[in-house]
Write a protein that binds this ligand. Structure first.
Ligand SMILES: CC(C)(COP(=O)(O)OP(=O)(O)OC[C@H]1O[C@@H](n2cnc3c(N)ncnc32)[C@H](O)[C@@H]1OP(=O)(O)O)[C@@H](O)C(=O)NCCC(=O)NCCS
Length: 127
């Protein structure tokens, strides 16, 4: 994704010179959307360092960076039980593939909510 110019943001959490967490943002295309939307993910924290707020700091920082650049919003595929604390919500009008899914969530930062089909960078379909 970096080589393709599709890595909008790649943040790492570092402790004792070791990378212990990471989050990425990339542009997404949403059928009926205005402004710049981004996909958050992957997000990961080393198993031995979880439940200490590192994941939350990575997500909060990524969202703050999006706000600062005037992004319209952010989507992700993930567990609503984790992401709702950051304000992410699902909407059946937003779709990934053939079906609406509660795992597809969005956070509107400016402008209006996005509806329609979400397309990630083709790198996400590889493999
Ligand atoms: C999800 C993940 C990044 C969270 O990192 P973290 O540093 O532990 O996150 P935080 O410390 O900010 O938050 C931890 C809280 O989230 C909860 N949580 C973690 N994953 C969850 C999930 N899938 N569903 C619900 N709650 C979840 C934990 O139980 C914990 O709750 P508590 O605060 O009540 O104890 C980490 O668990 C991870 O790397 N998981 C494997 C990769 C993954 O699933 N990534 C997300 C893909 S969408």
């Amino acid at each position: 994704m970096r080589a393709a110019g599709a890595l909008s943001l790649s943040l790492v959490a570092v402790e004792d010179d070791v990378i212990i967490g990471h989050v990425a943002l990339s542009p997404v295309v949403i059928q009926d959307a205005v402004g710049d939307w981004f996909g958050l993910g992957p997000l990961s924290v080393e198993p031995g360092r979880r439940r200490r707020g590192i994941g939350a700091r990575l997500v909060d920082t990524a969202i703050a960076r999006l706000r600062a650049r005037g992004a319209a919003g952010c989507v992700l595929l993930g567990d609503p039980a984790y992401y709702r604390r950051f304000g992410f919500v699902s909407d059946p009008a937003l779709r990934y593939g053939d079906e609406a899914s509660p795992y597809l969530q969005y956070l509107r930062l400016s402008g209006r909510a996005a509806k329609g089909q979400v397309s990630y960078h083709p790198a996400f379909d590889a493999g």
